[in-house]
Design a binder for this molecule. Sequence first.
Ligand SMILES: [Zn+2]
Length: 468
Amino acid sequence: MRSGADIPVPRTTLRVVCDIATGPSTTIGVVTAYWCERAWLSGGVSDRVRVTTDDAGFVTAVEVGEQPEPPDVRLPGIVVPGFANAHSHAFHRALRGRTHVDGGTFWSWRERMYAAAARLDPDSYRRLATAVYAEMALAGVSCVGEFHYVHHQTDGTPYEDPNAMGEAVRDAAKAAGIRLTLLDTCYLSGGFGKPLSAAQLRFGDGDAERWAERVASLRPDATTRVGAAIHSVRAVPAEQIPTVVAASSGRPLHVHVSEQPAENEECLDAYAATPTQLLHDHGALSPATTAVHATHLMPDDVALLGGQRTTVCVCPTTERDLADGIGPARALYDAGSPLALGSDQHAVIDMFEEARALEMHERLTTHQRGRFAPGDLLTALTSAGHASLGWPEAGRIEAGAQCDLVAVRLDTPRTAGIDPTQLVLAATAADIDTVVIGGRPVVRDGRHVLGDVGELMNDAVDEVWSGL
Ligand SMILES: [Zn+2]
């Protein structure tokens, strides 16, 4: 494996210094070119593609059939657009490989998750999220949607900066070199008609008005957008939902929907409506909304979500890890819902695995192959995911788009001999060689600019559990 010092200086029209820690400099007028053996463009896979980017990290030109020139940064294998991880709870990564001994249920797993949440402060959260987002970058993720609900001190008292935890998430994404949509989450009750439990106090703002006031002080920047989330119909009483919807106008709004049958049963008891119907009745479903999971739906729910063009974010590796079940992904897609993908609790961070599982779980339930074409799966990972997170200018390799490039080797034991158009059914995160985000190389030769991400993660996870 080559060291970062061997990375070639990008082709430029002006002199540019390529620093592995920051990528190409932002000198005005600098143009950088990446030359791809193959690239997945809107018309399919093309050979010998040069992608030129400006100093702001946008693609200025895509040329096909070009020979590489010595200053080009050459990308091996096949280059696909950067991936959107549309649903993340960064701190859940601390639970990976620690919850499989005693069996249990989603609800017993949740108790362990609350124990991790209780250990976080802004500094430890920043360190853990930095390692998690670096792991994502290694897996080709150029943008993450952080469904963020650990807002306050453990007794519910706000930090001196009431957004200190959200700012820690922002800092982490910047350190790891990925873009962020901070989906600041309204979380008000501990269940239908129940107050927050002691473990949930730090999630709550009291009511939706106070949640909206806090979120209003969060500012977007060049690599951060601020969205909103309704944790679930369990955690936000129906009468509070319109306030969240109004405060999130013009921004992405995400919501967990029907991950577990118990949520449906309790919602029907409380409101005589399914979670999807309740959200629709209170104005929460629209093309700007993303329903996360949507696992246990009634046929009318599928029609409502599709009819509103509400995106559905499926999180297959989490849904199987937590024994949630398999949702009606193809039916939702046919009804009109774009599909996005998320690694959610990060039992796995491999977006190829999420995309592949979307198809494979359909095969298991329908006994049919080819429920989604490979291109459909890549769309979920790229343009649909980015649109769900409020970055419609990302997820494609074309002029005017964010220059997010993921080069996947085609000469590894896993990918050698495959048809490149079926990459998503064969590759893993370990096959990714280079990741360029906003024109900057964040991963080269399979190494992140921060160095040993495993060591970073080990230290951060140890910090969460130390002393217990
Ligand atoms: Zn979630």
